[in-house]
Design a protein around this ligand. Structure first.
Ligand code: ZN
Ligand code: FE
Length: 256
């Protein structure tokens, strides 16, 4: 079976760039394009030739490199139908339920509105990998900028429904601050306590804390745990719907 090669690299102040490659088909995609130079350096390092950009949402720290990379490589830019007009150089608009091929891999698209109104994520089941942009972060989630807390919760539920073994690539390295906040929401969560220590260690060593996994997030990410009786008791929200508990956690993080 084909192997998906994945190369993650830091860029800008706290973004991640990710390149994926199906060697058999000689296709290489950049997941978002935070800045052209960093993506070009990463391509040169690997000796890879860019054929695609898969855009998650329109924010400039995810699209600033689009036009320069397209001018240089003539790559195909695929991105969210719901905000197509805001994606520089967009060739192919995709949305909920769409499946397209990348080399020998099928790429499934989900709409995950909330951070932006048209945000999408990409799931490659045969690679057991998902690329979620600014919808989910390690121990956190994106700010709700263009949607409601309820739609953001529905978007996160789609991410939570991916197989537990899925490796998840996110747009930013926010994990240390997220872990410290999470401990104020669910301090008695043993898995979270352990993970927070591991995150401290990685960050002190200058190592990335990403990618993450669905099962790890389900166990430690308070934004995915509004059903936790401990969280509900702490927030005084026993009996409230999940999305409201999620919304309260999101509000507290916005103020933190
Ligand atoms: Zn963003
Ligand atoms: Fe971002």
């Amino acid at each position: 079976m084909a192997q998906l090669e994945i190369h993650q690299f830091p860029c800008l102040s706290d973004n991640y760039g990710v390149l994926i490659r199906d060697a058999g088909a000689d296709v290489v995609a950049s997941i978002d394009a935070p800045e052209a130079e960093a993506v070009k350096r990463a391509l040169a390092e690997k000796g890879w030739r860019l054929t695609h950009i898969l855009t998650t949402h329109h924010h400039v720290d995810h699209t600033a490199g689009n036009l320069a990379l397209k001018a240089e490589t003539n790559c195909t830019i695929i991105g969210p139908r719901g905000e197509a007009a805001k994606i520089p150089g967009l060739d192919q608009a995709v949305g909920e339920g769409d499946v397209f091929t990348f080399g020998s891999f099928q790429v499934h698209v989900f709409d995950t509105p909330g951070h932006t109104a048209g945000h999408i994520i990409y799931w490659l089941p045969a690679a057991d990998a998902a690329f979620v942009g600014d919808t989910l972060f390690a121990i956190g989630c994106g700010r709700v900028i263009e949607g409601t807390r309820e739609t953001m919760w529905q978007s996160l539920e789609k991410v939570m429904a991916l197989p537990p073994s899925t490796t998840v690539y996110c747009g930013h390295e926010y994990t240390l601050a997220n872990a410290r906040f999470a401990l104020t929401i669910e301090p008695e969560n043993d898995a979270l306590q352990q993970r927070a220590k591991e995150v401290e260690r990685l960050v002190a060593a200058g190592q990335p804390t990403l990618p993450t996994r669905i099962d790890l997030e389900l166990a430690t990410n308070p934004f995915l745990r509004p059903g936790s009786p401990d969280i509900r008791r702490r927030l005084g929200m026993v009996g409230e719907p999940d999305w409201k508990v999620f919304g309260e956690i999101r509000s507290r993080k916005d103020r933190a």
